[in-house]
Design a protein around this ligand. Structure first.
Ligand code: NG1
Ligand code: ZN
Length: 554
C-alpha cells in the first residue's frame, strides 16, 4: 500500500469510530444490529467491497437492510459478482475489519490482507460497487458511510442504485457482470415480459375466474410494496391490491416473518378478506408467503415457502415430462437433473410429498448461502426455506439446451417447444441471484393460472404436520456443534441422546436444535402428529438445552 492510500485511509476511517464493547459477527445475513451501532461497520464493509471488486475484477453490491427486523435495526450485506452472497472465505476478513479497535489496526489488517490476496491497489482496473438501501430512515446516513468506505480506496467508485429491494440489487450486480443493462427499468421489463410470456403459453381453458382472480399483497410497510405498485402498471392479467405500503411502521404486525411465525392476520387485513388469495412480503422483499384469512378468527391458513416450492416443483416436472417424452429426435441430454433443496425447518409433510412425486430431495444447513450453493449443482435446482426465501436456478448448459429445442424447426411436436419456452420464461422471471418476493409472486400467479387452480386447491397439495419453534437464550450458543445438515448435535456430548429419548415418546416426532446465525439464541424446532405433542416435544427439548448449556436467566 503506498503512502497516499495509507494517509487517505487513516484520515477518513478516523471519522468512523467503532462503538465501544460491541463485537459484530458476519452472520447468515451480513452484519445486523441496532442502527446506531453500525456506522463504522458499514464504512468498513465499503472498504471490503472495493477490495473484493479489485480482486474479482467485477462489480460488487452492498445492500443496507435489516430485512424483517424492527425498524430501529439495520444491516449490511455484500453481493458477490454472481449476485449471490459474499464468498465464505472473506467472512473472517469482514469480521476483523468491523471489529478493529482503531484506524491504525484497521489499516494494518487491510495491508496484510491486500498482500496475502495479491490485490493490485493501483493497477489498471478500477473497482465498482453498486449501493442499495431499503426504506429504513437510518439507511440514509449508513449509505453515506458506505460511500465513504468505497471512496477511501483510491481506485474505486461507488454507484448509488437508489432505494431498492434486496433482490433487485443482487439482480443488478449479476446482470452488470454478465455485460447486460442493469437498471430498475431493465429489471421490471424482464419480469413483466417473462410473466406475459408464461400467460400466453397457458393451455386454453385453464384460467380461473371469479373472486379468486384478486390478489391482496401485504407489503410489510416496506420497499416491496412501492416496487410492486410500479410493476403492477406493466402487468396485464393480474389484479393486485397492495396494502401496508408504507404508511405504518415497517414490519410491525405485518410482513412475511410475522405472518409465518405468528400465523395470524397482518395489520390491515380482516373478515372482509376471507376466501381471497393473500400474500406477504418481508421488509426488503426477499421473502414471500401466501395465506388465507380464516372466518371468525384472527388466525390464518399459512401457505409457506415449502408449499411455494411444491407448486414450482409440480409445474417444472410437468414441463420436463413433456420435454422428455420419446418420439422426437432431439439434442436431449440423458435426463434432466432436477434437485430440490430444503433445510431441516422444512415441514416433514412437504418432504414426503416431494419424495412421493419421485423428486430428489437434499438437505443443507440453514442459510441462503448453503441452499443456493447446493441448488446450483443441478440442471434445475429449486430451494426454499419454510420462511419464504427461495428461488429456482438454471445451469447455463441447461439453458443452452432449452434454447436449442426452442429453435429446432425439425421438431414434430410444438408441445416440446412450448415446454422449453415456458422453462426459459421461468428462468428469466425468477431471480437467479437470490430469493425474490416480486418475481416469486409472479411465478406463483402464472402457475396458478396455468393449472387453473385457486389458492385453496394449491393448499390441499398436502397438510402440514403440526410444528413448534422456540428460542432459548443460553450462555454461549457457539457451544452447540451440529452435523448432518444440523439435524444432530455432536457437542455438548450427551444432549443428542437425551433429545432422542424425548422424540421417542411422540408419534411422528422430529426435533432438532441449532445455534441461530442471526440472533443470540439456540433455536428448537419440533414436529409431531398433534399440535399439543409438537408443543410438548419442543418445550421438553428447550428444557434440555437449558440444562446442558446453562440458561442466561439462571
Ligand atoms: P437463523 O437466525 O440462523 O435461524 C434466519 C432464518 C434462516 C435465514 C436467515 C437469514 C429461520 C429458522 N432461520 O437464520 O432461514 O433466512 O435468517 O439468512 O427461519
Ligand atoms: Zn428479507
Amino acid at each position: 500500500m503506498n503512502d497516499k492510500q495509507r494517509s487517505i485511509l487513516l484520515d477518513i476511517s478516523s471519522r468512523f469510530s467503532p462503538p465501544q464493547g460491541v463485537k459484530l459477527s458476519y452472520g447468515t445475513s451480513g452484519f445486523r444490529a441496532d442502527a446506531s451501532l453500525l456506522e463504522s461497520a458499514v464504512y468498513r464493509v465499503g472498504l471490503l467491497a472495493a477490495l473484493r471488486s479489485l480482486k474479482t475484477r467485477a462489480v460488487i453490491g452492498l445492500m443496507i437492510t435489516a430485512s424483517h427486523n424492527e425498524i430501529s435495526d439495520n444491516g449490511i450485506k455484500v453481493a458477490d459478482p454472481s449476485g449471490g452472497m459474499l464468498t465464505q472465505d472473506w467472512e473472517p476478513f469482514a469480521e476483523s475489519l468491523a471489529n478493529a479497535p482503531d484506524s491504525y489496526t484497521l489499516v494494518e489488517i487491510l495491508d496484510d490482507f491486500v498482500k496475502k490476496e495479491k490485490i493490485a491497489l493501483d493497477g489498471e482496473w478500477a473497482a465498482e460497487v453498486f449501493l442499495g438501501r431499503d426504506t429504513r430512515p437510518s439507511g440514509v446516513s449508513l449509505l453515506e458511510a458506505a460511500k465513504q468506505g468505497v471512496a477511501s480506496i483510491v481506485k474505486a467508485n461507488a454507484k448509488d442504485m437508489g432505494v431498492l429491494t434486496t433482490p433487485q440489487l443482487h439482480w443488478m450486480v449479476r446482470a452488470r457482470n454478465k455485460g447486460l443493462e442493469a437498471s430498475e427499468h431493465n429489471y421490471f421489463d424482464q419480469l413483466s415480459s417473462s410473466f406475459r410470456c408464461l400467460l400466453e403459453l397457458i393451455p386454453q381453458g385453464s384460467r380461473i375466474v371469479g373472486t379468486n382472480d384478486k390478489l391482496i399483497v401485504d407489503g410489510a410497510d416496506g420497499i416491496g410494496a412501492e416496487k410492486l405498485e410500479s410493476l403492477k402498471g406493466l402487468l396485464n392479467g393480474l389484479c393486485v391490491e397492495v396494502r401496508n405500503s408504507g404508511n405504518g411502521v415497517l414490519n410491525e404486525g405485518v410482513g412475511a416473518d410475522y405472518v409465518q411465525k405468528e400465523k395470524v392476520v397482518p395489520r390491515g387485513f380482516g373478515p372482509a378478506d376471507v376466501g381471497i388469495r393473500c400474500a406477504s412480503f418481508d421488509g426488503d422483499a426477499d421473502r414471500l408467503v401466501y395465506f388465507l384469512v380464516q372466518p371468525n378468527s384472527n388466525k390464518i391458513e399459512l401457505v409457506d415457502g415449502d408449499k411455494i416450492m411444491a407448486l414450482f416443483a409440480l409445474f417444472l416436472e410437468e414441463q420436463l415430462s413433456i420435454l422428455n417424452k420419446s418420439g422426437d429426435v432431439t439434442v436431449r441430454p440423458n435426463q434432466t437433473r432436477l434437485g430440490i433443496v430444503q433445510t431441516a425447518y422444512a415441514n416433514g409433510a412437504s418432504t414426503s410429498y416431494l419424495k412421493q412425486l419421485g423428486l430428489e430431495v437434499v438437505f443443507t444447513p440453514t442459510g441462503v448461502k448453503h441452499v443456493h450453493e447446493k441448488a446450483a449443482e443441478y440442471d434445475i435446482g429449486i430451494y426454499f426455506e419454510a420462511n419464504g426465501h427461495g428461488t429456482v436456478l438454471f445451469s447455463e448448459a441447461y439453458l443452452c439446451y432449452l434454447e436449442d429445442i426452442n429453435s429446432n424447426l425439425s421438431l414434430t411436436s410444438t408441445e416440446k417447444q412450448k415446454a422449453a419456452s415456458r422453462l426459459l420464461a421461468v428462468s428469466k422471471l425468477i431471480n437467479q441471484a437470490v430469493g425474490d418476493a416480486l418475481s416469486g409472486l409472479l411465478l406463483v400467479e402464472a402457475i396458478l393460472q396455468h393449472l387453473g387452480w385457486s389458492i385453496q386447491r394449491w393448499n390441499e397439495l398436502y397438510h402440514d404436520l403440526p410444528s413448534r419453534q422456540l428460542k432459548v437464550k443460553v450462555l454461549d450458543r457457539a457451544a452447540v456443534v451440529t452435523a448432518n445438515a444440523e439435524t444432530v448435535v455432536v457437542k455438548p456430548s450427551g444432549i443428542q441422546e437425551a433429545i432422542n429419548a424425548e422424540i421417542a415418546k411422540y408419534h411422528k416426532g422430529r426435533c432438532f436444535i441449532r445455534p441461530s446465525g442471526t440472533e443470540d439464541v439456540v433455536r428448537v424446532y419440533a414436529e409431531a402428529s398433534t399440535q399439543e405433542a409438537a408443543d410438548g416435544l419442543a418445550y421438553s427439548v428447550a428444557k434440555l438445552a437449558d440444562q446442558f448449556l446453562g440458561s442466561t436467566n439462571s
